[in-house]
Design a protein around this ligand. Structure first.
Ligand SMILES: Nc1ncnc2c1ncn2[C@@H]1O[C@H](COP(=O)(O)OP(=O)(O)OP(=O)(O)O)[C@@H](O)[C@H]1O
Ligand SMILES: O=C(O)C1=C[C@@H](O)[C@@H](O)[C@H](O)C1
Ligand SMILES: [Mg+2]
Length: 175
């Protein structure tokens, strides 16, 4: 991989990852999409049928495979860096890990109409922001670079990433 995006739900990892990959003519992988492909069902269905623990195991397996075999830009899921095994894989990856920071009000605004994320449905606004507080130290700890996204459009987030990370052409990755 050349760069890995992490952050809470609604921070823009999927949106920005796609734009960043386009800009750099790299492939984009979204971990949630790979999980859905592998499971043959939606994330909501995995949570409903198999439970969150099964989802987290699948997420770990897919992360390990993706880090081993894929090139380009990786957008993680919102909970990916939280398990210790995943946190360690990301820290050891030798790839810049970029945190897309969001304030609580931004999370709620961006996810207001969401019907896709099981945890948004299950936890409600207060529970969601509580989860963010619990996770924040891990997001900061796992990242090499942090971008505050609240006042930026997705394209401006890409510009901010490119201002911080120098991407080499060829297969050697970012430096
Ligand atoms: N910088 C931004 N400004 C305004 N809206 C944004 C920005 N980034 C993302 N969004 C919007 O917020 C919503 C969530 O974005 P996205 O799906 O990219 O988040 P995510 O970090 O991938 O979430 P998850 O962890 O659940 O995968 C989308 O509707 C997207 O268009
Ligand atoms: O923050 C989380 O735990 C999640 C975020 C999404 O990207 C999905 O991976 C799933 O809905 C769980
Ligand atoms: Mg996403």
């Amino acid at each position: 991989m050349r760069a890995i995006l992490v952050g809470f739900m609604g921070s823009g990892k999927t949106t920005v990852g796609e734009l960043l990959a386009d800009r750099l003519h790299l492939t984009h992988r979204d971990l949630d999409d790979v999980i859905v492909e592998r499971a043959g069902k939606t994330i909501q269905q995995i949570f409903d049928d198999d439970g969150e623990t099964a989802f987290r195991q699948l997420e770990h397996d897919v992360l390990a495979d993706t880090l081993r075999h894929s090139e380009g830009i990786l957008s993680t899921g919102g909970g990916t860096p939280i398990q210790t095994a995943n946190y360690d894989l990301l820290r050891k990856s030798n790839v810049p890990v970029i945190l897309l920071n969001v304030q609580p009000a931004t999370v709620l605004a961006r996810l207001a109409d969401d019907g896709q994320r099981p945890l948004v449905k299950k936890l409600g606004a207060d529970g969601l922001l509580g989860l963010k507080v619990q996770r924040d130290a891990k997001y900061h700890g796992v990242s090499d670079i942090e971008i505050d996204t609240d006042d930026l459009t997705p394209v401006e987030v890409v510009d901010a990433i490119l201002a911080h990370v120098r991407f080499k052409s060829g297969s050697q990755g970012a430096v």
